[in-house]
Design a protein around this ligand. Structure first.
Ligand code: MG
Length: 157
C-alpha cells in the first residue's frame, strides 16, 4: 500500500529570531516568528507525513497553546510524529518540498538541509529533496515578510 501526503506552512519573518529550515540555522537578519522554534519546513513536512498516515495534523499532535511546545525544537516534534507513523508500519519512500523564500539564497544550504531532514527521519539523503523559489518581489514572500513551504511525501507499508 502506498499513501501520499501534502503539507503547507507559512511563518512571518521578524527580527531577533533565527531562520531555521529543516533543522539548519541559516544566517540571516530575520527568522520565523512562532510559538515553537518556527521551522516552517519541518512543520510542513510533519503535516505531510501525518496526513499520509491518516494520523491527524501537527496542530492536533502539538497544540500551539500548550506551554510544553513553547520554543519547541521542531526536529523533536517531527521525530515524535515520525515515531508514531513508523509504529503503524509505514516507511518513507520519498519527500519533496518547495521553500518560498526571497532572501537569503537557499541553494548553498540545500545539501545540509537534505542531510538534516534525512538524519531526523533515519532515511537516506536521496529520499529527501528540497528546492527553493523566490516570490519574484511579489506578495509577503517577495517582500521578505514571510517564508512558506509546500511539502509532499510518499509512504508505503
Ligand atoms: Mg508552523
Amino acid at each position: 500500500m502506498i499513501r501520499t501526503g501534502i503539507g503547507y506552512d507559512l511563518h512571518r519573518l521578524v527580527s531577533g529570531r533565527p531562520l531555521l529550515l529543516g533543522g539548519v540555522h541559516i544566517p540571516f537578519d530575520k527568522g520565523e516568528d512562532g510559538h515553537s522554534d518556527g521551522d516552517v519546513l519541518l512543520h510542513a513536512l510533519t503535516d505531510a507525513l501525518l496526513g499520509a498516515a491518516g494520523l491527524g495534523d501537527i496542530g492536533e499532535f502539538f497544540p500551539p497553546g500548550d506551554p510544553r511546545w513553547k520554543d519547541a525544537d521542531s526536529a523533536q516534534l517531527l521525530a515524535s510524529a515520525w515515531a508514531a507513523i513508523k509504529d503503524k508500519g509505514w516507511q518513507l519512500e520519498n519527500i519533496d518540498a518547495v521553500v518560498a523564500l526571497e532572501k537569503p539564497k537557499f541553494l548553498p544550504w540545500r545539501e545540509a538541509v537534505r542531510a538534516s531532514i534525512a538524519g531526523i527521519l533515519g532515511v537516506d539523503t536521496d529520499q529527501v529533496f528540497v528546492k527553493a523559489k523566490t516570490g519574484e518581489g511579489c506578495g509577503a514572500v517577495g517582500r521578505s515578510e514571510a517564508v512558506a513551504v509546500w511539502a509532499t511525501c510518499l509512504l508505503s507499508r
